[in-house]
Each structure stands twice: as structure tokens, then as C-alpha cells.
Design a protein around this ligand. Structure first.
Ligand SMILES: *Cc1c(COP(=O)(O)O)cnc(C)c1O
Length: 418
């Protein structure tokens, strides 16, 4: 079900007209649909009903406390990559016992804080990190539950910046070294191997690499069992793609089938870490057309959102649909939708056929994942506000950043003549 739909030609999020939200709260403005987030999450729950499972939402995709709260109330677990994300999950009411901690470079301080919180599992990415965690845990009288993040060397066929499961990537432990490292881990005082983990990339639209990775991991689980190391869970990471344009997205049931078939008779809990597929299409970014700058060569629509608000187009050349919120009556022309930031890479979309007039509100779709979380203050621009719509009500999930917060903590030169 699509929770962004038109009513009398005006785009709505659930029961609320998006032009009204833009008027009330200003632009640029992120708007999320609670029902869309819940729908995506329960889609996973349903597909996994026959398996022992834990869905750990990847917090980095959208870490707003309200978004995390929606998922926490559904009983979700969380995949975190920093202590900041741990604190967010706890602040949103998430259960620490359902948290897995990913990331290639956890510091001893990160480890201690996560141990104190009582997380479910550390996903370990190198021998050096394993040694450090064992030391930190045993020095404090703990035994840390761990899985090793294995790099299965599979090509996920995605953008090179978000492919993570190839030998050339910085992530995980080589498949060939993982067995020996598990044996070492089993003998260390401060860690206990409870699972195995991988994450091969993001925006993956082909099921094959997932099942290939699952086969590699299942074989390793067998090998470990034969050596007396009994694991309880297999964590297949996140990465299922979403439709931004006309991509064919594999049905979730097929994806789950591809992951579970190689596990065969193993009685392992399946952990997944979906991020994008839970929130991407649950959010839009609203922006106002400030000026039109047509020319013989190219037409530019200058809008009030920029790469600092939504980085994906500039960073990955990502395509996100851009639609008018209300019908303007203007002629359709071909426009590059660009922001105010002083970079040629500052665009939200290129060559879009749209009927535009100055003052129109546009919605950039698919903006719920890797949108606000990647926003910065580049060009000293305050980050946008975020609204969570729930039926006919709009919850201010985050207020627009006040301008003077941008230089909070900075000090003017002492004695400077101001
Ligand atoms: C980013 C990330 C995810 C989530 O990926 P999506 O493509 O958003 O589902 C899951 N696990 C790890 C370790 C990640 O780094």
C-alpha cells in the first residue's frame, strides 16, 4: 500500500496534504509516514514467520528518535554502528538485548559502553578488534557475545561505494581466515562466539548474491560445528534494494527463501539488518521552487533544498523521483533541479520533465533512508525539520535547526574587534 497518494490532485502523506505541511513548517522539510514504516517492518515479520528470527533495523538509514520509537514499539531489534546510535536506540525505548553492534573500528570505549548496556552481540571485523574486545571485557569481568563478520567475496552488483562484500572492501574477515579466528575466539577469556555475520552491500536487487553468501556462511557453520563450536544465530545483514525509479525489487518472500534455503536443517536464529527497505519509501523531502532560470541551452529550477539536505544524488549519482505536490497549470519543460549550495554537484535531479512555476512545492521521493542522516551544515545551512505523519496527525519529529546552533561551541577570536 502506498501511503503517499493524491487526493484532488494534491499529494498527501496518509491523511495530511503535503502543501499544508510545507506552509506550516517551512521547507526543506522531511516527511515520514508511520504506516509505511510499520508496513515495511511487518512485511519482514510475515515473511519470517516460519523461522526463528530477529529483525535488527539498521539505525544508520534513519535514526530519528520517532522513527526508532515506531520500530521499538513493534518489538524490533537494532543494528548500530556507533555509541551515538546506541544512545538513540535507548532514548527511543529500544531493547538493548536486541541490539547488534556493527562497524569496522569500534574503540575500547565504545566496547565498554555497549557491554554496560547489555547488547545482544558484537559483530567483529578483524583479529585486532577481537583481541581488544576480549581484553576490554575480561578486564571488567564480562564475557562479550560475538559473531565474526565474514566477507564472503560476492559481487552484489551495486554502486561501488555501497558494495561491502568483496575482497577489496575494508569490511569483514576473509572467508579463509574465519575458521581459525573462531578457534582463537573460542579460547579467549573475554569473548564467546554465538553467531556468524555478513553484510554484502546495499540497494541489492538481485537475489543470487544473497544466497551465495548464505551458502558460504552455512558451510562455515558446519565446519565450526564439527570442530565443537556451536553457533546460535546467522546474521545475513541488510541490503535488500528498493524501487526508486523502475527497478524490479525481488519479493521479500523470495529474498527470505534465498537466505534460508542454504541453512537447511540448521537450527539457527536468522538475524537481518534491513535499513533502506524499511524507511526509504516511507519518506519524502519537500522543497520550494525559488526561481526558474531557463536558457536556450538548459533550464534550471533553483530550489531551497540542497546537497547538504539530501546527499545521495551528489554522492552516488542516485536517481530519486521528483514530483509537484499540487498541479501548477504550467507547461511541462525539462529542468535540472538544483540547490543553493556552491558546488556543481549540488543537484537533486537532472533533466526532469515537470510543469514548474516559482513558489511550487516539490516532493523528492524515496528520501526516508540515507536522507536526513547524511545532512550536514555545509554552506552554514541549518538542517531541515522532520515530521512523522500518523493518520491525520503530524508529529514534529525534529524541529528545524536554529541558525545559532550552527556555531555552538565555536569561539570568536579573543579580543577581536567585533
Ligand atoms: C548499512 C548497513 C546495513 C543496512 O543496509 P541497508 O541497505 O540499508 O538495508 C546493515 N548492516 C550493516 C552492517 C550495514 O553497514
Amino acid at each position: 500500500m502506498n501511503h503517499f497518494h493524491r487526493k484532488e490532485s494534491t499529494l498527501h502523506c496518509e491523511g495530511i496534504a503535503l502543501d499544508t505541511l510545507a506552509d506550516q513548517h517551512g521547507t526543506p522539510l522531511y516527511v515520514y509516514s508511520r504506516a509505511a514504516i510499520e508496513g515495511a517492518y511487518t512485511g519482514y515479520e510475515r515473511a519470517l514467520a516460519q523461522h526463528d528470527h530477529l529483525i535488527c533495523y539498521a539505525v544508520k538509514a534513519n535514526s530519528n528518535l520517532s522513527v526508532l520509537g515506531v520500530l521499538a514499539r513493534l518489538g524490533a531489534g537494532f543494528d548500530i554502528v556507533s555509541i551515538g546510535e546506541l544512545q538513540r536506540v535507548l532514548a527511543a525505548g529500544g531493547d538493548p538485548a536486541k541490539i547488534v553492534f556493527s562497524g569496522v573500528c569500534k574503540t575500547p570505549d565504545d566496547m565498554l559502553k555497549a557491554l554496560r548496556a547489555g547488547i545482544h552481540c558484537f559483530n567483529i571485523e578483524s583479529e585486532a578488534e577481537l583481541d581488544m574486545l576480549s581484553r576490554v571485557a575480561s578486564d571488567n569481568g564480562w564475557v562479550a557475545p560475538i559473531s565474526l563478520r565474514v566477507n564472503p567475496d560476492v559481487d552484489a552488483g551495486t554502486h561501488p561505494y555501497i558494495a561491502t562484500g568483496l575482497k577489496d572492501n575494508k569490511f569483514g574477515i576473509e572467508l579463509d581466515s574465519a575458521f581459525d579466528l573462531y578457534k582463537k575466539a573460542a579460547g579467549l577469556p573475554g569473548v564467546e562466539p554465538i553467531g556468524i555475520d555478513c553484510h554484502i552491500g546495499s540497494q541489492i536487487l538481485d537475489i543470487e548474491p544473497f544466497s551465495e553468501a548464505a551458502c558460504h556462511l552455512a558451510a562455515l557453520v558446519d565446519q565450526l560445528r564439527a570442530a565443537g563450536i556451536e553457533l546460535q544465530h546467522i546474521d545475513m545483514g541488510g541490503g535488500l534494494g528498493v524501487q526508486y525509479e523502475s527497478e524490479a525489487v525481488p519479493p521479500i518472500a523470495d529474498y527470505i527463501e534465498a537466505l534460508t534455503r542454504p541453512l537447511g536443517a540448521h537450527n539457527l536464529t536468522l538475524i537481518l539488518e534491513p535499513g533502506r527497505s524499511i524507511v526509504a519509501n516511507a519518506g519524502v523531502l519537500l522543497t520550494r521552487v525559488e526561481y526558474l532560470k531557463p536558457s536556450a541551452h538548459k533550464n534550471f529550477a533553483l530550489v531551497d533544498a540542497a546537497m547538504n539536505d539530501l546527499l545521495r544524488p551528489a554522492l552516488y549519482g542516485a536517481w530519486q523521483d521528483i514530483v509537484p505536490v499540487t498541479a501548477s497549470g504550467a507547461e511541462v519543460a525539462c529542468w535540472d533541479i538544483v540547490g543553493p549550495v556552491c558546488e556543481t554537484g549540488d543537484f537533486l535531479g537532472k533533466s526532469r520533465d515537470l510543469p514548474l512555476t516559482a513558489g511550487d512545492i516539490l516532493a523528492v521521493k524515496g528520501a526516508g533512508a540515507y536522507g536526513f542522516v547524511m545532512a550536514s551544515n555545509y554552506n552554514s545551512r541549518p538542517r531541515p525539520a522532520e515530521i512523522l505523519v500518523d493518520g491525520d496527525s503530524a508529529h514534529m519529529a525534529r524541529a528545524r535547526e536554529p541558525l545559532d546552533r550552527l556555531w555552538l561551541g565555536e569561539s570568536p577570536l579573543p579580543g577581536a574587534q567585533l
